[in-house]
Design a protein around this ligand. Structure first.
Ligand code: PLP
Length: 379
């Protein structure tokens, strides 16, 4: 099967050369808008593209406000901060995620708390979240406290892994019962919808990433999306050095960040957004080919979950066990077909050794078996 798979991937990408996991694609006005930036000298924080990019993103995702930032990690750090996460708080997240989710929690001085995921969605399991909260927390003066660590829990940060929506509506419902904020790490899921609504728009705040390997790219970039005017204004304020409005005086009323996206990066983003439908259709067609190819084989293709439309950012398959996984990884990479295992679980990294972990049996099962296969736009 491995040999057949290598042959098939080379066939659908039409090449014998190296096939990356995910390469950027520029189909439209990227060069034109970049030239405009240079010609007008607006290469930095002033210029029309940032506001335009924000407006296009808000319209596309169906939120009232979108705030552009330098990258997805920064957007996530700010999202957690504005919903009230402070030093020594715990934020419930999944151990099956990219490290940036947990870094952003730590950047606020908070500590990630790990609950399990669903095997079908790869995202946080509402059942496991519920049982963690039911068994493991107590209320002290209306504040949710982890019995094992005595630390306050302020927010939940579920992740839409590889662009596949998790069961976010159920997670939000549970969060409300416990008075917890929800920050959706939708860095990977621009263009993914759950029950007809864009991912990142169910919780209090969501974030997107435009890193070079994501479905759409600005070179590097991020976006915070929300329906809360207060959150959006606060996010804009503190990511632009928290300067109080004044004709000429420099008065800064909070410790701010310089997390602005440049006009140059936003110009690429506007051009990418103009072609988002074409990019997503192409990726969906690739996912369909993979799905058909792996049907009735010993390899399982991870399809979009129920009630979802996925952007199929990174296609993923499930191998029989860790040994089969490693054999597959060795053979494909040797044959110039880039494949990667899913991330090592966050609770196994020394940098998060102070975290509480709940039962993570599904996460561990998936860690041993899931592999990403090439998913770039096919020219
Ligand atoms: C890419 C990614 C981020 C961070 O985005 P950057 O723009 O690379 O900082 C955060 N969370 C997840 C799950 C990601 O995949």
């Amino acid at each position: 099967m491995t040999h057949k798979t290598i042959k098939y991937i080379k066939e659908i990408y039409g090449t014998n050369n190296f096939i990356p996991l995910h390469a950027p694609v520029f189909l439209g006005n990227e060069k034109k808008y970049l030239n405009e930036c240079i010609d007008s000298t607006f290469v930095s924080y002033v210029g029309k593209y940032v506001a335009k990019f924000e407006e296009m993103t808000a319209n596309y995702t169906g939120v009232k406000y979108a705030v552009a930032m330098v990258n997805g990690t920064a957007a996530l750090q700010i999202a957690l901060k504005i919903v009230g996460v402070s030093a020594n708080d715990e934020v419930i997240t999944q151990s099956l995620t990219f490290v940036a989710t947990c870094n952003a929690i730590k950047h606020n001085g908070a500590i990630p708390t790990f609950v399990d995921v669903d095997k079908e969605t790869l995202g946080m399991s509402p059942e496991k979240l519920n049982s963690f909260l039911k068994n493991q927390i107590k209320f002290v003066d209306g504040i949710c406290v982890n019995k094992a660590t005595s630390r306050r829990i302020t927010a939940i940060a579920p992740v839409h892994i590889f662009g596949h929506p998790n069961r976010i509506d159920e997670i939000v419902e549970i969060a409300q019962k416990y008075n917890l904020k929800v920050v959706e790490d939708s860095a990977e899921s621009l263009g993914s919808f759950y029950k007809g609504k864009h991912t990142g728009t169910f919780g209090d705040v969501g974030i997107l990433s435009y890193n070079g390997n994501k479905a759409l790219t600005t070179g590097g970039g991020g976006m915070l999306i929300t329906n809360s005017k207060e959150f959006a204004e606060h996010a804009k304020h503190i990511t632009t050095t928290a300067k109080a409005p004044h004709k000429y005086e420099y008065i800064h009323d909070e410790i701010g960040f310089n997390y602005r996206l440049t006009n140059v990066n936003a110009a690429i983003g506007v051009a990418q957004m103009e072609n988002i439908e074409q990019i997503l259709e192409n990726k969906r067609a690739t996912a369909k080919l993979y799905k058909e190819f792996f049907t009735n084989s010993e390899i399982e293709f991870i399809d979009e979950p129920k009630h979802s439309k996925s952007n199929f950012w990174l296609n993923a398959i499930i191998l029989k066990d860790r040994k089969e996984r490693d054999l597959f990884l060795d053979a494909t990479n040797k044959a110039n077909v880039m494949t990667r295992p899913i991330w090592k679980l966050m609770n196994k990294l020394d940098i998060f050794s102070d975290s509480y972990s709940d039962d993570l049996s599904n996460s561990e099962w998936l860690e041993d078996r899931v592999v990403n296969i090439p998913s770039s736009y096919r020219i």
